[in-house]
Design a protein around this ligand. Structure first.
Ligand code: GAL
Length: 374
């Protein structure tokens, strides 16, 4: 008995020693322990660098179920491999009837720093409690510090009453003439054309465009853009934010209307914007898509998926969430989730370094393990 206890004690100590050891590599798809030895519970999120520290924000997901019970989690790191759990950045509300009441759905949070207001701004996809995915809203929250607590400000559907900036008077007239009752069946050539011409855009004009999967991108000049799946996830909108990042300027374009793109991720390198998205198959992986442009306002050119090798047709069984740069280098990291819907909390993090073709086109190759050269 005593020896069994000794063995148990040794095992326990062993486990804890492993947990306490500093990680020296990123191992995509494996459990990624934080400073307490717990798998990092920050999904669909982003990484922000601020004054020598990286902050990782993401959905804190329960072991079972699909609704948000805690909020948005935040972790900090100096080396991108070892992460300290900094707790909850944005907590759900315990007040019944609140917009972010526990049991709502908070997805794909993105935090960026606004140097003018000196505030950390969080945008996230919000679904209201008990209403599935029908609300399709974006939530805004702010904080004076990177780890929060963030204060929820409001949620909305973007750009109510605003037509895309590239819609001419003729385009508006044509969209206004479309009759939704005539296009009940999806994916017919007529329906595709009508979507392209603004069938759903017009439907959502009064209350604002739908906003589900999303990211935020801050350009070199400090202008921020909210990129979100609109029109029943059929179209991606690129919407310019006001200088405080808390509202919309009203300038936006539609990218690939009817293209069914989700999970937008974006970066800019050598003057070219690269966007990597997924298709729309819920938690199941699909083949990524890529777009390129010399301006946020397009024209955007669609390219094949950047994934290469075995499993590339399913994006290595992942869905992207963000792209960020390792500070002081030209190295970008593609962050993705390998969703485990039966236990979302345990969904795996797949981080891969972006590589390039000879002409500078991004490529993603699988790696069992790789080290960040800080
Ligand atoms: C995915 C989306 C996730 C989540 C999920 C729900 O397509 O990227 O963020 O919304 O659907 O089924």
């Amino acid at each position: 008995m005593r020896s069994m206890m000794a063995v148990a004690m040794m095992l326990w100590l062993g486990v804890n020693t492993v947990c306490a050891q500093a990680l020296t590599a990123i191992t995509p798809g494996e459990v990624w322990p934080d400073d307490k030895g717990e798998h990092i519970n920050a999904h669909g999120g982003n990484v922000m660098y601020h004054e020598g520290t990286y902050y990782w924000y993401g959905e804190n997901r329960p072991a079972r179920g699909f609704t948000t019970e805690v909020g948005v989690g935040v972790y900090s790191s100096k080396d991108l491999m070892n992460w300290k759990n900094e707790g909850v950045a944005l907590a759900v509300s315990e007040t019944k009837g609140d917009v972010i009441e526990r049991g709502c759905i908070m997805e794909r949070p993105k935090v960026v720093y606004n140097p003018t207001t000196k505030k950390f701004v969080m945008l996230f996809h919000l679904e209201l409690k008990g209403r599935g995915y029908e609300a399709a809203r974006v939530g805004f929250a702010v904080s004076d510090t990177p780890t929060g607590p963030f204060k929820f400000i409001r949620s909305l559907r973007p750009n109510a009453g605003k037509w895309p900036m590239d819609f001419t008077k003729r385009d508006i007239k044509r969209a206004m003439a479309l009759d939704e009752a005539k296009y009940k069946e999806w994916w017919t050539p007529e329906w595709r054309r009508a979507v392209d011409e603004g069938l759903l855009l017009k439907r959502d004009l009064p209350g604002g465009q739908m906003s589900r999967d999303m990211t935020v991108f801050v350009d070199d000049d400090g202008t921020a853009y909210h990129i979100h799946s609109a029109e029943e996830n059929l179209t991606l909108n690129i919407a310019e934010l006001t200088p405080d990042y808390l509202d919309y300027t009203g300038r936006y374009i539609r990218l690939a209307p009817g293209g069914h793109n989700e999970a937008p991720t974006i970066f800019k390198r050598n003057g070219v914007y690269w966007m990597i998205t997924s298709g729309c198959t819920g938690w199941d992986p699909n083949e990524a898509r890529m777009f390129k442009s010399k301006s946020m306002w397009g024209p955007w050119e669609q390219l094949p998926s950047p994934f290469r090798g075995e499993g590339a047709n399913k994006s290595f069984y992942t869905q992207g969430t963000y792209i960020f740069k390792i500070e002081g280098t030209d190295q970008y990291i593609f962050m993705a989730d390998r969703w485990i819907p039966r236990s979302l909390k345990n969904s795996r993090h797949i981080w891969l370094p972006i590589e390039y073709d000879t002409d500078g086109t991004p490529l993603l190759f699988w790696k069992d393990s790789w080290t960040v050269d800080n």
